[in-house]
Design a protein around this ligand. Structure first.
Ligand SMILES: C[S@@+](CC[C@H](N)C(=O)[O-])C[C@H]1O[C@@H](n2cnc3c(N)ncnc32)[C@H](O)[C@@H]1O
Length: 261
Protein backbone atom coordinates (compact mmCIF):
# COMPACT_ATOMS: atom_id res chain seq x y z
CA UNK A 1 0.00 0.00 0.00
CA UNK A 2 1.31 3.47 -0.83
CA UNK A 3 1.16 6.57 1.36
CA UNK A 4 -0.99 6.39 4.48
CA UNK A 5 -0.06 3.71 7.02
CA UNK A 6 -2.95 2.19 8.99
CA UNK A 7 -1.00 1.48 12.20
CA UNK A 8 -2.25 1.76 15.81
CA UNK A 9 -2.17 5.60 15.89
CA UNK A 10 -3.83 5.91 12.48
CA UNK A 11 -6.40 3.30 13.56
CA UNK A 12 -7.41 5.45 16.54
CA UNK A 13 -7.61 8.58 14.36
CA UNK A 14 -9.62 6.70 11.71
CA UNK A 15 -12.04 5.43 14.35
CA UNK A 16 -12.72 8.98 15.58
CA UNK A 17 -13.41 10.25 12.05
CA UNK A 18 -15.62 7.25 11.27
CA UNK A 19 -17.83 7.96 14.29
CA UNK A 20 -18.67 11.53 13.20
CA UNK A 21 -22.24 12.25 12.14
CA UNK A 22 -21.04 12.70 8.53
CA UNK A 23 -19.49 9.27 8.26
CA UNK A 24 -22.30 7.54 10.20
CA UNK A 25 -24.71 9.01 7.61
CA UNK A 26 -22.45 7.82 4.78
CA UNK A 27 -22.52 4.28 6.22
CA UNK A 28 -26.31 4.44 6.31
CA UNK A 29 -26.27 5.28 2.58
CA UNK A 30 -23.89 2.35 1.91
CA UNK A 31 -26.28 0.06 3.83
CA UNK A 32 -29.15 1.33 1.67
CA UNK A 33 -27.18 0.53 -1.50
CA UNK A 34 -26.31 -2.93 -0.14
CA UNK A 35 -30.03 -3.75 0.32
CA UNK A 36 -29.22 -6.81 2.45
CA UNK A 37 -31.60 -9.59 3.44
CA UNK A 38 -31.45 -11.84 6.50
CA UNK A 39 -29.34 -14.96 5.85
CA UNK A 40 -26.95 -13.43 3.29
CA UNK A 41 -23.20 -14.11 3.39
CA UNK A 42 -21.22 -10.86 3.11
CA UNK A 43 -17.51 -10.05 2.73
CA UNK A 44 -16.22 -6.57 3.65
CA UNK A 45 -12.84 -6.02 1.96
CA UNK A 46 -10.69 -3.57 3.95
CA UNK A 47 -13.13 -3.50 6.85
CA UNK A 48 -11.07 -0.90 8.78
CA UNK A 49 -12.62 -0.08 12.18
CA UNK A 50 -15.41 -2.65 11.56
CA UNK A 51 -18.38 -0.30 12.00
CA UNK A 52 -19.85 -1.25 8.61
CA UNK A 53 -19.41 -4.98 9.42
CA UNK A 54 -21.41 -4.44 12.62
CA UNK A 55 -24.28 -2.79 10.69
CA UNK A 56 -24.17 -5.59 8.11
CA UNK A 57 -24.28 -8.23 10.86
CA UNK A 58 -27.40 -6.56 12.29
CA UNK A 59 -29.02 -6.73 8.84
CA UNK A 60 -28.17 -10.33 7.88
CA UNK A 61 -28.65 -11.74 11.40
CA UNK A 62 -27.40 -15.05 12.81
CA UNK A 63 -28.67 -17.05 9.81
CA UNK A 64 -26.23 -15.06 7.67
CA UNK A 65 -22.48 -14.51 7.99
CA UNK A 66 -20.15 -11.53 7.78
CA UNK A 67 -16.40 -11.63 7.21
CA UNK A 68 -14.25 -8.51 7.48
CA UNK A 69 -10.71 -8.64 6.13
CA UNK A 70 -8.09 -5.93 6.42
CA UNK A 71 -4.37 -5.72 5.77
CA UNK A 72 -3.84 -3.89 9.09
CA UNK A 73 -3.46 -6.25 12.05
CA UNK A 74 -3.94 -3.23 14.38
CA UNK A 75 -7.38 -2.54 12.93
CA UNK A 76 -8.37 -6.23 13.01
CA UNK A 77 -7.29 -6.45 16.68
CA UNK A 78 -9.46 -3.44 17.53
CA UNK A 79 -12.47 -4.98 15.74
CA UNK A 80 -12.03 -8.28 17.60
CA UNK A 81 -11.74 -6.49 20.94
CA UNK A 82 -15.40 -5.43 20.60
CA UNK A 83 -16.49 -9.09 21.01
CA UNK A 84 -18.36 -9.63 17.76
CA UNK A 85 -21.06 -12.33 17.58
CA UNK A 86 -20.11 -15.77 16.15
CA UNK A 87 -21.47 -14.97 12.71
CA UNK A 88 -19.20 -11.88 12.36
CA UNK A 89 -15.53 -12.78 11.96
CA UNK A 90 -12.44 -10.74 11.16
CA UNK A 91 -9.16 -11.79 9.56
CA UNK A 92 -5.97 -10.11 8.46
CA UNK A 93 -6.06 -10.42 4.68
CA UNK A 94 -5.06 -8.81 1.41
CA UNK A 95 -7.64 -7.53 -1.06
CA UNK A 96 -5.49 -8.82 -3.94
CA UNK A 97 -5.32 -12.39 -2.58
CA UNK A 98 -8.51 -13.17 -0.69
CA UNK A 99 -8.19 -16.37 1.34
CA UNK A 100 -11.78 -17.47 0.63
CA UNK A 101 -13.14 -20.14 -1.73
CA UNK A 102 -14.64 -19.33 -5.13
CA UNK A 103 -18.33 -18.37 -5.20
CA UNK A 104 -18.67 -18.20 -1.41
CA UNK A 105 -20.44 -14.83 -0.85
CA UNK A 106 -23.80 -13.30 -1.82
CA UNK A 107 -22.45 -9.79 -1.39
CA UNK A 108 -19.00 -8.14 -1.36
CA UNK A 109 -18.54 -4.57 -0.15
CA UNK A 110 -15.40 -2.46 -0.44
CA UNK A 111 -15.61 1.10 0.83
CA UNK A 112 -12.70 3.47 0.36
CA UNK A 113 -10.14 0.71 0.08
CA UNK A 114 -9.58 -0.02 -3.63
CA UNK A 115 -7.96 3.39 -4.12
CA UNK A 116 -5.20 2.33 -1.70
CA UNK A 117 -4.31 -0.82 -3.63
CA UNK A 118 -1.90 -0.36 -6.56
CA UNK A 119 -3.21 -3.45 -8.40
CA UNK A 120 -6.86 -2.40 -8.18
CA UNK A 121 -7.88 -4.66 -11.08
CA UNK A 122 -6.77 -7.63 -9.03
CA UNK A 123 -9.15 -6.51 -6.23
CA UNK A 124 -12.00 -6.58 -8.76
CA UNK A 125 -10.90 -9.99 -10.09
CA UNK A 126 -10.80 -11.39 -6.55
CA UNK A 127 -14.21 -9.86 -5.78
CA UNK A 128 -15.63 -11.53 -8.90
CA UNK A 129 -14.07 -14.88 -7.95
CA UNK A 130 -15.45 -15.02 -4.39
CA UNK A 131 -18.95 -13.85 -5.42
CA UNK A 132 -21.63 -16.43 -6.19
CA UNK A 133 -23.13 -16.20 -9.67
CA UNK A 134 -25.80 -13.50 -9.38
CA UNK A 135 -24.03 -12.06 -6.32
CA UNK A 136 -23.61 -8.31 -5.91
CA UNK A 137 -20.76 -5.92 -5.16
CA UNK A 138 -20.84 -2.39 -3.77
CA UNK A 139 -17.71 -0.24 -4.11
CA UNK A 140 -17.34 3.26 -2.63
CA UNK A 141 -14.45 5.53 -3.61
CA UNK A 142 -13.52 9.23 -3.42
CA UNK A 143 -12.27 11.30 -6.33
CA UNK A 144 -9.99 13.84 -4.65
CA UNK A 145 -10.65 16.31 -7.47
CA UNK A 146 -14.19 16.55 -6.08
CA UNK A 147 -13.05 18.35 -2.92
CA UNK A 148 -14.07 22.01 -2.64
CA UNK A 149 -12.33 23.47 0.41
CA UNK A 150 -12.32 27.23 0.84
CA UNK A 151 -9.14 29.06 1.84
CA UNK A 152 -7.98 32.66 1.69
CA UNK A 153 -4.77 31.18 0.23
CA UNK A 154 -5.92 29.08 -2.75
CA UNK A 155 -2.37 28.38 -3.98
CA UNK A 156 -1.40 26.88 -0.63
CA UNK A 157 -4.66 24.89 -0.57
CA UNK A 158 -3.90 23.52 -4.06
CA UNK A 159 -0.34 22.58 -3.04
CA UNK A 160 -1.58 20.84 0.14
CA UNK A 161 -4.18 18.80 -1.77
CA UNK A 162 -1.67 17.91 -4.51
CA UNK A 163 0.73 16.63 -1.88
CA UNK A 164 -2.09 14.70 -0.11
CA UNK A 165 -2.95 12.87 -3.35
CA UNK A 166 0.03 10.57 -2.86
CA UNK A 167 -1.57 9.20 0.35
CA UNK A 168 -3.27 6.63 -1.90
CA UNK A 169 -2.42 4.81 -5.12
CA UNK A 170 -5.47 5.99 -7.15
CA UNK A 171 -6.71 9.46 -6.06
CA UNK A 172 -9.12 9.59 -9.04
CA UNK A 173 -10.31 5.98 -9.06
CA UNK A 174 -14.11 6.52 -9.51
CA UNK A 175 -13.81 7.79 -13.09
CA UNK A 176 -12.14 4.53 -14.19
CA UNK A 177 -14.25 2.12 -12.14
CA UNK A 178 -17.08 1.49 -14.67
CA UNK A 179 -14.56 0.33 -17.31
CA UNK A 180 -12.63 -1.70 -14.73
CA UNK A 181 -15.83 -3.47 -13.58
CA UNK A 182 -16.66 -4.32 -17.19
CA UNK A 183 -13.17 -5.71 -17.85
CA UNK A 184 -13.42 -7.89 -14.73
CA UNK A 185 -16.66 -9.44 -16.06
CA UNK A 186 -19.19 -7.57 -13.90
CA UNK A 187 -22.51 -6.07 -14.95
CA UNK A 188 -22.78 -2.48 -13.68
CA UNK A 189 -26.19 -2.13 -12.01
CA UNK A 190 -26.03 1.50 -10.91
CA UNK A 191 -23.95 4.35 -9.56
CA UNK A 192 -24.66 7.33 -7.35
CA UNK A 193 -22.88 10.22 -5.66
CA UNK A 194 -22.89 10.79 -1.93
CA UNK A 195 -21.73 14.26 -0.87
CA UNK A 196 -20.44 15.47 2.46
CA UNK A 197 -20.90 19.19 3.08
CA UNK A 198 -19.51 21.00 6.14
CA UNK A 199 -20.20 24.69 6.73
CA UNK A 200 -18.63 24.73 10.19
CA UNK A 201 -15.36 23.59 11.68
CA UNK A 202 -16.07 21.36 14.65
CA UNK A 203 -15.15 17.97 16.07
CA UNK A 204 -18.24 16.13 14.85
CA UNK A 205 -17.40 16.68 11.18
CA UNK A 206 -15.60 14.56 8.61
CA UNK A 207 -13.55 17.50 7.33
CA UNK A 208 -11.97 18.36 10.69
CA UNK A 209 -10.72 14.79 11.10
CA UNK A 210 -9.58 14.72 7.48
CA UNK A 211 -7.72 18.01 7.91
CA UNK A 212 -5.62 16.56 10.74
CA UNK A 213 -4.73 13.54 8.57
CA UNK A 214 -3.81 15.81 5.63
CA UNK A 215 -1.76 18.19 7.82
CA UNK A 216 0.25 15.36 9.38
CA UNK A 217 0.74 13.46 6.11
CA UNK A 218 1.94 16.54 4.18
CA UNK A 219 4.19 17.64 7.07
CA UNK A 220 5.86 14.19 7.05
CA UNK A 221 6.43 14.40 3.29
CA UNK A 222 8.36 17.61 3.84
CA UNK A 223 8.01 18.93 0.29
CA UNK A 224 6.20 22.21 1.14
CA UNK A 225 7.54 25.08 3.29
CA UNK A 226 7.64 23.62 6.82
CA UNK A 227 5.11 26.12 8.27
CA UNK A 228 2.49 25.48 5.55
CA UNK A 229 0.67 22.37 6.91
CA UNK A 230 0.08 23.91 10.36
CA UNK A 231 -0.90 27.35 9.00
CA UNK A 232 -3.21 25.70 6.44
CA UNK A 233 -4.93 23.79 9.27
CA UNK A 234 -5.10 26.77 11.64
CA UNK A 235 -6.88 28.93 9.05
CA UNK A 236 -10.04 26.79 9.23
CA UNK A 237 -11.01 27.83 12.78
CA UNK A 238 -10.68 31.51 11.80
CA UNK A 239 -12.75 31.00 8.64
CA UNK A 240 -15.43 29.23 10.66
CA UNK A 241 -15.52 32.09 13.22
CA UNK A 242 -16.08 34.48 10.32
CA UNK A 243 -18.86 32.28 8.87
CA UNK A 244 -16.68 31.45 5.84
CA UNK A 245 -15.87 27.77 6.37
CA UNK A 246 -16.82 25.58 3.38
CA UNK A 247 -15.90 21.94 2.66
CA UNK A 248 -17.52 19.46 0.34
CA UNK A 249 -16.44 16.15 -1.13
CA UNK A 250 -18.03 13.41 -3.22
CA UNK A 251 -18.01 9.68 -2.69
CA UNK A 252 -19.00 7.62 -5.71
CA UNK A 253 -20.95 4.44 -4.99
CA UNK A 254 -21.05 1.68 -7.63
CA UNK A 255 -23.33 -1.36 -7.62
CA UNK A 256 -22.29 -4.28 -9.80
CA UNK A 257 -23.12 -7.98 -10.01
CA UNK A 258 -21.65 -11.24 -11.25
CA UNK A 259 -23.92 -11.99 -14.18
CA UNK A 260 -25.71 -15.30 -14.62
CA UNK A 261 -24.13 -16.78 -17.80
C1 LIG B 1 -9.84 4.52 4.41
S1 LIG B 1 -9.90 3.00 5.25
C2 LIG B 1 -11.55 2.42 4.95
C3 LIG B 1 -12.04 1.47 6.01
C4 LIG B 1 -13.46 0.92 5.85
N1 LIG B 1 -13.65 0.21 4.62
C5 LIG B 1 -14.53 1.99 5.97
O1 LIG B 1 -14.87 2.64 4.95
O2 LIG B 1 -15.01 2.21 7.08
C6 LIG B 1 -8.92 1.99 4.18
C7 LIG B 1 -8.73 0.59 4.72
O3 LIG B 1 -8.20 -0.24 3.70
C8 LIG B 1 -7.29 -1.14 4.29
N2 LIG B 1 -6.44 -1.67 3.21
C9 LIG B 1 -5.54 -1.00 2.46
N3 LIG B 1 -4.96 -1.81 1.56
C10 LIG B 1 -5.50 -3.04 1.73
C11 LIG B 1 -5.33 -4.31 1.10
N4 LIG B 1 -4.43 -4.48 0.10
N5 LIG B 1 -6.06 -5.35 1.54
C12 LIG B 1 -6.94 -5.20 2.55
N6 LIG B 1 -7.15 -4.03 3.19
C13 LIG B 1 -6.45 -2.95 2.79
C14 LIG B 1 -6.59 -0.29 5.34
O4 LIG B 1 -5.91 -1.05 6.29
C15 LIG B 1 -7.78 0.49 5.90
O5 LIG B 1 -8.43 -0.17 6.94
Amino acid sequence: MSGLKFNEDAARQLERVYLTTDVVAQRAETMKQLALSPGERVLDIGSGPGFLCESIAAAVGPTGAVTGIDISSDLIARCRSRNPPDFLSYAVGDATEIAEPDASFDVVVCTQVAEYVPDVDRVLAETFRVLKVGGRAVFVATDWDSVVWHSGKPDRMAAMMRSWESHCAHPHLPRSLPARFARAGFRLDGATVYSILNLQWHDDTYSKGLAALVRDFVARKNELPSEDPKEWYDEFARLSEAGQYFFSSNRYIFRASRPIP
